[in-house]
Design a protein around this ligand. Structure first.
Ligand SMILES: *Cc1c(COP(=O)(O)O)cnc(C)c1O
Length: 355
């Protein structure tokens, strides 16, 4: 068995993969593949409807929220959000706590003013800057709920009346929260809710009013809402895998259970890092991500040896992001506790031999 610590695309539940493989050959016994039926057919429409409904159910969203499945990844949302929400001359506030958040701010500046109201760049993004003021002239506040690359995560929301927009690409469906406090939530599916190719966008309907800018239809949230996410051909296989993953989350006990597992796994890993002097993490303790642990061995040669040792022990995806380096262990929903136990025991063994 491989221990899959990939940061994304990443580990999926085995039963989801089995069901997806079956559907690719013969979908629900209809004698056709899921890839061979029309997206407006009586076979696919219920897939889209159930997926949208399950997102709302799992997150306990009120009726004034719409759920869309779109293409272009979370990266397309960096542009689509300001295109739909910021008129020329308007401004939005951005938290710059990592590579993804800064990219989002950069794209927004093509459509209006992107005010960076908080940044943790001064300390290489090793913490979440929560000390800031947001002027009410800002149309929204954008934050990244989990910084996949740097290994930090938000554990409480900023206290503001400005609508909050969150990139939840790497921690969606990993914990309970009052999601009705957000005006827009988006996430690429390939980290915690399925395969690459589809992006979920959850938006409060009244947030999408009064924009003067002409918006191309394919970019216009309102048109996608009207069409029930079937304006054009959606990525049917990716939507189906997202549905299977959502069903799996519900069956396993929903967000409460995902959160319990995530706390258990990340606590075990961080305790192990803290107990072994050879390993260190620069991430502020209170902001440590439960999804992505980023840490180092200060001696580069030894660190490379550790990465090689992981590989030799069937552990994949442990190398840090190219600009950060070091070690990154991603612990998404589908990662078994046994995998975290395995890397922790390997770390102890490695420290004994090389410490
Ligand atoms: C991976 C990731 C992205 C980029 O997602 P794509 O689907 O590749 O565009 C954006 N934001 C966060 C927080 C991510 O983890």
């Amino acid at each position: 068995m491989k221990h899959n610590f990939n940061s994304g695309p990443s580990v999926l539940p085995k039963e989801v993969l089995d069901q997806a493989a079956q559907a690719l050959l013969d979908f629900n016994g209809i004698g056709l593949s899921i890839a061979e039926v029309g997206h407006r057919s009586p076979w696919f429409v219920p897939v889209m409807e159930e997926a949208r409904a399950l997102v709302k159910e799992l997150m306990q969203l009120r009726d004034d929220y719409e759920v869309l499945f779109l293409q272009g990844g979370a990266t397309a949302q960096f542009m689509q959000i300001p295109m739909n929400l910021l008129d020329n001359g308007q401004s939005a506030a951005y938290c710059d706590d990592g590579v993804w958040g800064s990219k989002a701010a950069k794209e927004a500046s093509l459509f209006g003013t992107a005010n960076v109201v908080a940044s943790s760049k001064d300390k290489n993004y090793t913490y979440i800057n929560k000390q800031f003021n947001i002027g009410t002239e800002n149309k929204y506040l954008h934050l990244t709920s989990n910084n996949t690359v740097e290994g930090t995560q938000w554990f409480s929301l900023p206290d503001t009346t400005v609508p909050i927009v969150a990139d939840m690409s790497s921690d969606i469906f990993s914990r309970e929260m009052d999601f009705n406090k957000f005006s827009l939530i988006y996430a690429g599916a390939q980290k915690n809710m399925g395969a690459a190719g589809v992006t979920v966008v959850i938006v409060k309907k009244d947030f999408l009013q009064n924009i003067q800018r002409p918006i191309p239809s394919i970019m216009d949230y309102r048109k996608h809402i009207e069409a029930g996410s079937l304006m054009n051909t959606p990525p049917v296989i990716a939507v189906y895998i997202a549905l299977l993953t959502l069903r799996w989350i519900k069956k396993e006990g929903g967000l409460k259970e995902m959160e319990r597992r995530s706390i258990q796994k990340s606590t075990l890993l961080y305790n192990t890092i803290d107990s072994l002097p050879i390993f260190s993490t620069y991430v502020a303790k209170e902001d440590r991500s439960r999804m992505n642990a980023v840490y180092f061995i200060n001696d580069e040669a030894l660190q490379n040896k550790f990465l090689e040792t992981c590989k030799a022990n069937d552990m994949v995806g442990v190398k840090g992001y190219r600009t950060v380096g070091g070690i990154r262990v991603s612990m998404y929903n589908a990662l078994a506790l046994e995998s975290v136990e395995a890397i922790c025991s390997l770390m102890k063994d490695f420290a004994n031999k090389n410490g």
